[in-house]
Structures are given as C-alpha cells and as structure tokens.
Ligand binder design. Structure first.
Ligand SMILES: Nc1nc2c(ncn2[C@@H]2O[C@H](COP(=O)(O)OP(=O)(O)OP(=O)(O)O)[C@@H](O)[C@H]2O)c(=O)[nH]1
Length: 388
C-alpha cells in the first residue's frame, strides 16, 4: 500500500486545527472548572496543526529549518497536552522535566539537522525526548485511572502507551539502521510506515479522549454539587436522607445500633433580625464547620433546611448519641462567633435524639421521633438535649 505522506500530514494539520477551534469554542460553553485545561489543549492542537502543516510543506520549504521548527512545535504541543492532563487530574506538573526535554530536544534537532545533517540521530534524539514527555502524560493518566476506573481515562492511557511503544520502536530502528530517513518516502520501511500511522492517528484520538474525560468530570462535579448545600458545603436534605436510607439498609443487613440526632439553632430569627441575613449565613457556616470537626468519619451530617441539621450515627446507641449531642451543644454555647461585620455573638442549639427501635423501623418514623424530641427540647427551654 502506498501512503501519500504529504497529503496525510496536510489532512492531519487541517483536522488538528479544526479540533483545536472546536475545543476552544467548547471551552466557552462547558463547565468553568475545566475551561483553562480545555483552552490549553485547544492551543496545543493549533500549535500541532501548524507543526504538521510545516511537515507537509517540507518539499517546498527549506528542509532542515522546517524540521527543526515543526518538531519544536510538536514537542511543545505534547508538553502542553501533558500539562493540561496533570492539571485536569489535579496532579503535579513536572514542568521542569517537560521544559528541559523540549529544550534539549530542540537543541539536538538544530545540531543534528542544521549542523551535522544526520537524520538517524535526529530521529533517535527526538524519539527519546518526546518519550519523556509522553511517559509523564502516561503517568498522569495511570494516576487518574487508579483513583477511578473511567473508560475514557483507560482509552487515553492505551493511546499514550501505543505512542510510547511506537516511539521506542522508532528509537530502536534508528539505532540499528544507518540510512534511516524519510527522504525516500514511498519506499520507507514497514516499521516506519506503521509507526508513522500511529503517530498521525494519536493526536486526534488523544483530543477525543481528553474531551470525553472533561465531560465525565463535568458530569461528576454537577452530581456532587447537586448533593451539596450551597451555603454550608455539607450534604443537602436530599443527599442526607439518601445516605441515611443506605445506613438503615446496612443496619438491617449487619445489625448494630443507629441513632438520629436532629438539631435546630435557637431563636435564629433574632440573629437575622438583629444582625442581618448575611451575618445569619456566616453563623450557619461557622456552626456547620464546628460540628463537622467533632463528628466521626462514618457519621452522616447534613442540613435539612433553614437552621435545621440532622446527624445519623451508625453503631451508636442512645446514650452515646446523647453524649455526643451534649458535647456539641456545650461547644456551640461556649463559642463566640466572630463575624465579618465585627463583634462576636453566641448562639445555642437544641437537640432531639432517637435510636432506631427495630431493624424494620422506616426512616420517616425515626426522623419523626427525633423531631418530636427536638420539639420537646425547644418546649423545655432550648439549649438542651432530649432523648425520645
Ligand atoms: N441567614 C439565614 N437565615 C435563614 C436561612 N434559612 C432560614 N433562615 C432563617 O431562620 C429563621 C428561622 O426562624 P424560626 O423558624 O422562627 O425559628 P427560630 O427563630 O430559630 O426559633 P426556634 O427554632 O423556635 O428557637 C427565619 O428567620 C429564617 O429566615 C439561611 O439560609 N440563612
């Protein structure tokens, strides 16, 4: 099979520029959390498009300089891919290693292409140094894959692994062949044909993979946001009750105790009326942080709405739950909450505790009993714990 390499390279250049523009446009409409990474990737695609455009015009432009500039742009674009990946996955960038590899590669290119006109060493060095950048990109993907087995991260990992394999093959081929080069394009060896094919295919595949990972992340972020209370950042009512249902189902299966603690800030209306709604919001946030710092990892804590919170304690009986509730109550009562408006204020909280009576008691009933206990605490004068 004869491959028209020049036409393939030119088509790839056009494809990459179009993909870059598409990614850039998409970055404006997508979740802002990944906007910067998408723009960096888009820029890399545009740069890579220019690089492949230069490669395709190698027969019309001065060959040596065209190769040096095009390969430099290519390395830069792959470096940007790796940085965008690291940033998307929230990992270390290893910027210094990436910059060093790209700089060394460019210098080596210049030296072997312009000064010594030695194609074998050019390919050898370029393969070696791009290998470093691709390996880092691969490590970023493996790191992300370990945290979550997303099919798109696996796709990206496999594409990068193929690139690395191809790069190694070219490296070995360059090492063992003396007249290795592209000048006799239609006749070049099967190894070069295959590896070039993979190299050409990789950037669009990686771009699609990157876009899909961004889409996955956006979906996950929105899912998480839908479960969080926007003011305090803890579970909202829906998420709290869903987690509580899970805890009840676990208790049903494995046994053990389970308690529900309902809490409500006392006379919170006065805080709003006397200090303003913004201060009320600050109080809600600070009290949430205070309580969150004092509960166990496996406990389920959430804001049911307004100034009402719920805490579900797996493997805790009534006495333990009441003890924890009283510790929280005391800690809150002792805290002077400083607000951005200046001055400190103190609030108290009432607590209602109920233990699940039997393994079949539904959540609604447990909540209702905890709520009655809370009502009783308010009725008895507030700032207290009542067990139902
Ligand atoms: N700042 C702020 N206030 C809120 C928020 N949600 C509910 N509130 C206020 O919380 C107050 C609740 O008042 P009430 O239900 O009368 O209860 P309370 O004043 O705490 O009195 P008791 O519960 O009987 O001790 C109302 O003034 C609501 O406007 C919020 O997100 N931010």
């Amino acid at each position: 099979m004869q491959i028209d390499l020049i036409a393939s390279l030119f088509s790839l250049a056009v494809l990459l520029i179009l993909m870059g523009l598409w990614m850039l446009a998409a970055s404006f409409t997508r979740d802002e959390a990944h906007r910067q990474q998408m723009r960096l990737w888009a820029l890399a695609n545009l740069v890579m498009g220019i690089a492949y455009g230069l490669f395709s015009s190698r027969l019309t432009l001065p060959l040596g300089w065209t190769l040096v500039v095009a390969n430099f742009l290519l390395a830069l674009a792959y470096g940007a891919y790796a940085v965008a990946l690291a940033s998307l996955f929230g990992q270390r960038h290893y910027l210094l290693i990436k910059i060093l590899s790209i700089s060394l590669g460019t210098f080596a290119l210049y030296y072997f292409e312009i000064i010594r006109s030695d194609d074998s060493y050019r390919i050898l060095l370029l393969a070696g140094l791009t290998l470093v950048v691709w390996t880092l990109a691969l490590l970023h993907c493996i790191g992300a894959w370990r945290q979550q087995h997303s099919p798109h991260v696996i796709f990206m990992t496999l594409t990068l692994a193929s690139l690395i394999l191809v790069s190694l093959t070219r490296l070995l081929a360059a090492w063992y062949s003396s007249d290795f080069g592209y000048q006799t394009l239609p006749d070049f060896s099967a190894i070069i044909k295959t590896t070039t094919f993979v190299l050409i295919l990789a950037p669009p595949l990686l771009t699609v993979g990157f876009f899909m990972i961004c889409a996955d992340y956006t979906q996950q972020r929105f899912k998480t946001l839908a479960n969080l209370d926007s003011l305090t950042g803890i579970n909202n009512r829906r998420a709290t009750l869903a987690l509580a249902e899970q805890a009840l189902a676990n208790q049903h299966r494995h046994g053990g105790d389970l308690c529900c603690v309902m809490m409500d800030i006392d006379h919170f209306k006065n805080v709003n009326d006397n200090h303003g709604h913004a201060v009320g919001d600050e109080v809600l946030k600070k009290l949430t942080a205070l309580m969150q710092g004092r509960i166990r990892r496996g406990d389920i804590f959430g804001r049911l709405g307004g100034e009402e919170f719920a805490l579900f304690l797996p493997n805790a009986d009534e006495a333990q739950a009441a003890k924890l509730a009283d510790t929280l109550r005391q800690a809150i009562a002792d805290t002077h909450i400083t607000t951005t408006k200046g001055g400190a204020l103190q609030v108290t909280v009432s607590f209602g505790v109920a233990q699940r009576r039997h393994r079949d008691e539904p959540l609604s009933q447990l909540l209702s009993r905890a709520d009655s206990a809370l009502y009783e605490a308010k009725h008895q004068g507030r700032n207290r714990v009542v067990v139902m």
